[in-house]
Design a protein around this ligand. Structure first.
Ligand SMILES: [Zn+2]
Length: 238
């Protein structure tokens, strides 16, 4: 069982990692959400024999052209062999290889397709892109995401884990409950700063110019989303 197949270009690296675990092909691939960097590997993994599991909105979004203005990009529909065939509405449990795999829909958060995947015996939680460990996250406002949904999902993740759990983010290194709390607190602080400026009647450009993320940029703004871009994303979602 694999959680997210990555982009197709990483096929040989993913295969190499899988072969280091087992000579058998994966039976299941779980899509944490519809974004291409998490689902572009669907087709080749399905051709290898994996049943693709996803939230029902992932099927809708992969079946049609999806526009993401923040990337200035329209994603073409996924080919039929890359579409999920086992759909999750709210929650699903898959008994697998001696463990309980608990799959739960976050509700609208990073997108409107986000699933958490919890391996009960191993105490490992995969969060998809509701968590970027150490980085400002992208939030797909046009496709069901929002800052408030992201904060709700961050709180859900904190509630699901203990100090002993291993938590696998959508981007960044694996971490645990302490890092999740740090991330949630950053989201809440920036959300409240941007909301206060917006409530004063400032437009998006004025809020970005006010640098509400300044205290956080050195720690969190060093990956694909810098402070200005994150401010824009938060503003648009409020
Ligand atoms: Zn994503």
């Amino acid at each position: 069982m694999l959680v997210d197949g990555g982009i197709e270009l990483s096929k040989s690296a993913v295969l190499h990692a899988l072969r280091s675990i087992s000579t058998e092909n994966p039976k299941y691939l779980i899509d944490t959400h519809y974004h291409f960097d998490h689902t572009d590997g669907n087709a080749w993994l399905h051709r290898l024999g994996a049943t693709i599991v996803a939230q029902e909105n992932t099927l809708k979004r992969l079946s049609t052209i999806t526009r993401v203005d923040d990337w200035d990009w329209s994603f073409p529909p996924t080919t039929d062999d890359g579409l999920p065939t086992v759909l999750v509405s709210h929650a699903k449990v898959i008994p697998f290889s001696g463990t309980r795999v608990e799959i739960v829909y976050y509700g609208p958060s990073h997108t409107d397709t986000d699933l958490s995947v919890y391996f009960a015996q191993q105490d490992v939680l995969a969060t998809g892109d509701t968590w970027w460990n150490g980085y400002y996250p992208f939030i797909d406002n046009e496709n069901g995401g929002s800052i408030d949904g992201m904060i709700r999902a961050a709180n859900d993740n904190i509630a699901k884990v203990s100090e002993h759990s291993i938590v696998v983010p959508g981007h960044g290194p694996i971490g645990g409950r302490a890092e999740l709390i740090r991330y949630r607190d950053m989201l809440v602080a920036i959300r409240n700063s941007v909301a206060a400026l917006k409530a004063k009647g400032m437009n998006r450009e004025q809020v970005i110019a006010a640098k509400p993320t300044a205290d956080f940029d050195a720690a969190w703004g060093q990956f694909v989303i810098n402070g200005d871009f994150f401010t824009k994303i938060v503003y648009d979602g409020l």
